[in-house]
Design a protein around this ligand. Structure first.
Ligand SMILES: Cc1cc2nc3c(=O)[nH]c(=O)nc-3n(C[C@H](O)[C@H](O)[C@H](O)COP(=O)(O)O)c2cc1C
Length: 262
């Protein structure tokens, strides 16, 4: 039985909750799955105060560390995670943004590598920026973005688009289940390799000011690695990423005092 955690960024049990439930039904037609729902509104996270403790000292110094740490553990132990948000002004909701902000430290110390994520959004359309925000965060945490499903207001659709929408649930459920079942860790794209190198470089350059980053990268034995996990990376990607990292480092050296990344 696959265990999936669905983190829902709508302030109510409305359309987004319904779409995730319909997606659950589509998954269940193919395989035995169990979805655990987390309504972010119910978690009652207080606002991020911008203290930077999670980044500079460690997640345990955040005033919401209990809830943040507990939810991170649930994401890490699930077989996959769904992040769902309605479109609000072309973006994720404030609730979902707050959730993403609380995991900013994972950009510095990307502990989610290997975790599979799927995005769901509802609204009139134009889901692109919602998925872009979710995917960018997930990949920066080291997670794997397996796909996304955007569902427009179902009741207002023409019969032709209703049919298209129904087929899409089935297709996306198959894609998601295939990704969950795939034990092999995927070869990273250029963006993921770049993020890996940038944060590794940052950990070394800022070892004086953000010791927790340097300690994390050192303790994981990642400072002399090409990626979070052993994976074959083509020579073209390697050379391109090395070149972009070299440009980034030269630029950072010009801008920041004492910058000395690897
Ligand atoms: C404050 C607010 C802003 C919204 N902005 C957009 C938008 O920019 N584009 C869009 O297509 N729908 C927008 N909507 C509509 C919602 O995305 C849509 O009704 C969604 O399905 C609601 O999901 P829920 O029932 O889970 O809350 C907005 C709704 C609200 C309340």
């Amino acid at each position: 039985m696959k265990k999936i955690l669905a983190v829902i960024g709508s302030p109510r049990k409305g359309e987004t909750y319904r779409v995730v439930s319909d997606f659950e039904a589509a998954l269940k037609k193919k395989e035995e799955v169990e979805i655990e729902y987390v309504m972010l509104g119910k978690m009652e996270f207080r606002d991020c105060t911008g203290c930077h403790n999670c980044i500079f000292k460690g997640q345990e110094f955040c005033r919401e560390s209990g809830k943040v740490g507990e939810l991170q553990k649930r994401m890490l132990t699930a077989d996959a995670v769904i992040l769902a948000s309605p479109v609000y002004n072309q973006q994720v909701t404030a609730l979902m943004k707050k959730f993403l902000d609380y995991y900013s430290y994972l950009w510095h110390r990307p502990e989610m590598f290997g975790v599979k994520f799927f995005g769901i959004s509802t609204g009139g359309g134009m889901f692109k920026d919602v998925f872009r925000a979710l995917k960018m965060n997930v990949q920066s945490w080291g997670g794997i973005w397996t796909g996304e499903l955007g569902v427009p207001h179902y009741e207002s659709l023409t019969p032709r688009y209703k049919e298209k929408c129904d087929k899409n649930y089935k297709k996306k459920a198959e894609i998601f289940l295939r990704a969950i079942g795939d034990a092999a860790l995927p070869s990273p794209g250029i963006n993921q390799l770049m993020m890996f190198n940038i944060w590794k470089m940052n950990a070394v350059a800022c070892k004086g000011s953000i010791a927790v980053d340097f300690d994390w990268w050192t303790s994981k034995g990642l400072l002399d690695k090409s990626y979070y996990y052993p994976v074959k990376i083509g020579i073209f990607k390697k050379v391109l990423v090395w070149f972009i990292a070299w440009i980034a480092k030269s630029f950072m050296k010009k801008v920041y005092l004492g910058y000395d990344g690897v």
